[in-house]
Write a protein that binds this ligand. Structure first.
Ligand code: ADP
Length: 322
C-alpha cells in the first residue's frame, strides 16, 4: 500500500510538472544580473559577491547574444588552470569571461554544454534536461519577436524547481511515506570527505575528480562538522588570491556570507514527505544523512531527489526517451 501511495504521489507531481512552465517558477518580480563577456574574471567575482549570487548569464554584446552561464565551475576551472600553469598568474589576472572557453581547452575539460530552455515549455522538460546534462541550473532564453534577438529571461535551478514542487504539491508530497532507507535515496558508498585541516585546493580537486558539488568535513570520529560547497570557492579567490588556496578548509569556511543558510541533516529513517517539508521551509541545497551520533552515513543531493521524483518506477519510459 505504501508503494502504491508513493507512486500515486510521484505521478501527481509529474502531472503537475507537465502542466506548468518554467516561467511559472519565477517570482512575480526579480532582478537579473547579466554580465558582459568582456568583463575581467577578477571583477566578475566582486559583482557576484556584492549581489549575493553565485552565478549569472553571460552576454556577448558584439553578437547581441546569450553567451552561456557563469557558475562556480568556471572559477574552479580557472583555479585548475592556475595550478597547471602557476607561472602565468599575471595572465590569470587579465582573463576576461570570454576566455573561459580557452581555459577549458587548456586544462582539457569538456566545455559545459550551453543548454537553455524556452520559458514557456513545460517544466517537466527543463527537469529532464537538467538530469540528462547534469546541469544544476538552466538559463531561460526567449527570442524577442520584434528584433529576433535572444533574451535571457532568467535562470532556473534544481533548487527553485524543488522548492516550487514542495510549495505547490502538499497533497502529493504527503503521500511520499517511504523512508530514505527504503528508497535508497542518495549516495552511501565511496563518500568523498575531508577534515578541517585539508587545504581548499585538496577539496577542490576532490570535487573536480568526482564531479560533485560538496564535500562533508568530518572530525576524527566521522562526525559531520561542516560541508564545503563548490560555491564556497568564490569568496576564496576574491581579489585574485589564488596563492591562498593552500589555506585550510577551516579558514575558508569563515569567509562565508552572513546569511549562509546552514547545513541540513537527516536520518535514514526520515521519510520523503519530511524531506519535502524541509525543502518547503528552508534553503536546502543538499541533505547530509547522519546516524544518531552525527556520524556521516550518506548524502542526498538535489539531483538525487529530482531524479527520484521524475524517474522512479519509470524505467520503460526512460528507455524510450533515451
Ligand atoms: P547536485 O547534482 O544536486 O549539485 P552533487 O553534484 O553534489 O549534487 O551530487 C552528484 C551525485 O554525487 C549525487 O548522486 C550525490 O549523492 C553524490 N555525491 C554528492 N556529494 C558526494 C560526496 N562528497 N561523495 C560521494 N558522492 C557524493
Amino acid at each position: 500500500a505504501l508503494d502504491k501511495e508513493q507512486m500515486q504521489g510521484l505521478r501527481g507531481i509529474r502531472e503537475f510538472l507537465k502542466v506548468r512552465t518554467s516561467y511559472d517558477v519565477l517570482p512575480l518580480s526579480f532582478r537579473l544580473v547579466v554580465l558582459d563577456n568582456e568583463l575581467l574574471i577578477r571583477k566578475s567575482l566582486n559583482i557576484l559577491i556584492q549581489n549575493g549570487i553565485v552565478s549569472a548569464p553571460l552576454w556577448d554584446s558584439n553578437k547581441s547574444s546569450f553567451a552561456g552561464l557563469l557558475t562556480s565551475t568556471d572559477y574552479i576551472n580557472v583555479i585548475q588552470y592556475y595550478c597547471q600553469f602557476p607561472d602565468e598568474i599575471d595572465q590569470v589576472d587579465k582573463f576576461r569571461l570570454s576566455s573561459l572557453r580557452d581555459i577549458e581547452r587548456a586544462i582539457g575539460v569538456l566545455p559545459l554544454e550551453t543548454v537553455s530552455v524556452h520559458p514557456m515549455r513545460p517544466l517537466y522538460e527543463a527537469c529532464r534536461r537538467m538530469l540528462k546534462t547534469r546541469a544544476r541550473r538552466i538559463p531561460l532564453v526567449d527570442v524577442d519577436e520584434e528584433t529576433g534577438r535572444e533574451m535571457v529571461v532568467s535562470v532556473i535551478t534544481q533548487y527553485r524547481i524543488l522548492k516550487f514542487i514542495a510549495v505547490n504539491n502538499e497533497k502529493h508530497t504527503i503521500l511520499l511515506k517511504k523512508s530514505v532507507r527504503e528508497l535508497g535515496l542518495g549516495t552511501y558508498t565511496n563518500l568523498e570527505t575531508a577534515d578541517m585541516n585539508s587545504s581548499v585546493l585538496d577539496v577542490i580537486h576532490l570535487m573536480v575528480k568526482h564531479n560533485i558539488s560538496a564535500v562533508p568535513i568530518l572530525d576524527k570520529d566521522n562526525k559531520v562538522l561542516n560541508v564545503f560547497e563548490a560555491v564556497d570557492v568564490i569568496p576564496c579567490i576574491k581579489g585574485g588570491a589564488y596563492d591562498e588556496l593552500t589555506a585550510s578548509v577551516g579558514e575558508a569556511l569563515c569567509k562565508r556570507a552572513d546569511d549562509f543558510p546552514g547545513i541540513y541533516t537527516c536520518n535514514e529513517d526520515d521519510r520523503l514527505d519530511a524531506i519535502f517539508e524541509t525543502i518547503r521551509k528552508s534553503r536546502v541545497h543538499r541533505l547530509i544523512v547522519v546516524d544518531d551520533d552525527s556520524r556521516l552515513k550518506g548524502i542526498i543531493s538535489l539531483s538525487d531527489i529530482l531524479k527520484h521524483v521524475l524517474l522512479f518506477g519509470e524505467e520503460e519510459d526512460n528507455i524510450r526517451a533515451g
